[in-house]
Design a protein around this ligand. Structure first.
Ligand code: FES
Ligand code: FES
Length: 157
């Protein structure tokens, strides 16, 4: 099946079996390995990407569902010059990255939230991260990083 969509800002098309998940197509066809396969049943968020700005678990979405839609992966979050985004920098600054397995999904969850509000409460941040599991950090640093990036963006805007 031919699937055409916008991936990290660029129009793409891929010929892939209709039963494949978006996660498999991103990783195996586009070689974008930032989205990770953790649980494969929608419980850990390591596979999270944004589809039309909404956080989705790509392990649960069939690839044909993104036809004519926009998909943002962690690879599309960074500026084209290879530097890190402000939110990624905040993750490092606040110690929100340890093993890193959850980090792509966490950053995208943060981006989805900050697109709605630059001044989320800690409770709102925790709710936004409810579908993303981290076994390393204890979450506080991740909440700190998202809050700090939001505050920084608000100051700039
Ligand atoms: S791998 Fe998709 S939610 Fe865990
Ligand atoms: S940093 Fe290891 S799972 Fe979150």
């Amino acid at each position: 099946m031919l699937i055409q969509f916008t991936l990290n800002g660029r129009p793409v098309s891929v010929e892939a079996p209709a039963h494949l998940t978006l996660l498999t197509v991103l990783r195996d066809y586009f070689h974008l390995t930032g989205a990770k396969e953790g649980c494969s049943i929608g419980e850990c968020g390591t596979c999270a990407v944004l589809v039309d700005g909404e956080l989705v678990n790509s392990c649960l979405m069939l690839a044909p569902k993104v036809a004519a839609r926009t998909v943002l992966t962690i690879e599309g979050v960074s500026p084209a010059d290879g530097s890190l985004s402000d939110l990624q920098e905040a993750f490092i600054a606040y110690g929100a990255v340890q093993c890193g397995f959850c980090t792509p999904g966490m950053v995208l969850a943060g981006e989805a939230l900050l697109a709605q509000t630059l001044t989320p409460t800690r409770e709102q941040i925790r709710t936004a991260l409810a579908g993303n599991l981290c076994r390393c950090t204890g979450y506080q640093q991740i909440v700190d990083a998202i809050a700090a990036a939001g505050a920084q963006r608000k100051e700039v805007n």
